[in-house]
Design a protein around this ligand. Sequence first.
Ligand code: SF4
Length: 389
Amino acid sequence: MAPRGHSFAVGGSSADRLLKCPANVVERLKLPPGVATDVAFAREAAEEGSRCHDLMEQWFVTGVLPADAPPDERAQVEKAYDMAMATFDRYMPGAEIFGVELEVTSFLPGCFGTTDLVMLSPGWIGLGDWKFGGWFVPALYGNAANPQLLFYLSALRVTYPGLFKDRDKFLLLISQPKCVDEAEHVVVGVAELDAFDRQIEAAFVEAMNPNPTYSKGDHCAFCAAKVICPKWTGPALDFSRLNGAPPRLPGAKKMKAYGEWLGTALTLLADINAWAKSVEPAAHEWIQSGQTIPGWKTEPKRATRKWALPEDEIRDAMIGKGYSLDAVAPRVLRSVAQLEKIVGGVPPAFIKSESSGINLVPDGKPPAVPLAEQADRLTAATAALKKET
Ligand code: SF4
C-alpha cells in the first residue's frame, strides 16, 4: 500500500493545532529534516494502526480481508467497517463509495491530506476516518466539527468541486473500534464548511507572520516541536525560578504560603513531566532513524521469558509428567470488571470497594495558569515566605 500523505504546514491531523497555535508551523521548521511532523507516542500502536488502515484498504479494493491477517487486527477492521456503515446507512441509505485512501489538496499552498473513505448519495457526501488507536477522538470540538474532518472535506471540495454541485449535507464520521461501539459523527452544511475555510486561512496567514501567535494547551500533545518549543522549555527548565527552599519554621501565615508554594511547584512539575514525555519518544525516533545523540544509545529492553509452544501443548506435556492440572494451569476467577462484561452484572453483595492507596491529584479548582506566570507566582510565594522567616 502507498504511504499515507501528510503535508508539513497543515494536514488533517494538524489542522486543529494550526487553528490553536499558528506558531507550531515555524517551530516545527526549526527541527532537522527527517523528524516526524507529528509525534507518534507509541511506535507499536502507530504501526498497528497503519497495518489496520492497509487491511481496510485491501478489503475495499479486493472485497476480501487477507486470511493471514492477525485475528485481533481483522476484528478491529471488521468492527470499524460495521460501525461506519451502520452510520452511513442511517443518514445516507444506498450510499456508494466514491473513493478510498483518496489524496486531496487544500486551497492552502502546499497543503494536502488523505481521506480514508468518501461516500456519496443524493444530496449527501459522507467522509469516514479510521482510527485504530486507543486515544478517543471526538467528532465535535465544543460546538464545531472536528477540524481534521473539516480539513479533508474542504480539500475534497477543492479537488473534486463537481461533487458539491448538488450536495449540501455532509456526514463526517470517525470509526474508532478500540474506543467506542458506535461511529462518532456530525452532520455539517455549506455554511460550516465555508466558516472553517475562513478560519484555517486566517490561521495559515498568521503562521506565515514573522511573529506568529503561540498557544500552549492539549493540542501540544502531538506537536513534534514540543521538545524545543519555548512555551515548554523556557520557564519549565529555569529551576532558578524556584528561588530557594521554603522556610523551616512555618507559622500560621507561613503554613498557608507553604501550601501555595507546594501547589505551584506541583503545577510546575506537571508541566515539566508533560514536556519530558515528549523528549524520550523524540530521542528514540532520532536514533532509530540512524542519527546519533552524544552520550546516549538505545538497547533492547530486558527480555521476558515466554512459552515457546502453544499453551495447551505445554499444559498437556506437564500433566504427562505427573503434575496436576491445578499446579500447572489453575483456574482463576475473573476480575469484577471482566465478569460484569461477560454476564452483564453481578450481585452487589459480591463486590466490595477498596482503595489501593492515595493519589495526589489536582482538585479542579486552580485555574489553568500559564507556565511563566506559575514561575512568577512561585518566586513571589517564596519571597513572601522568606520575609516571614
Ligand atoms: S508545543 Fe504547543 S505551543 Fe509549542 S509550537 Fe507546538 S502547539 Fe505551539
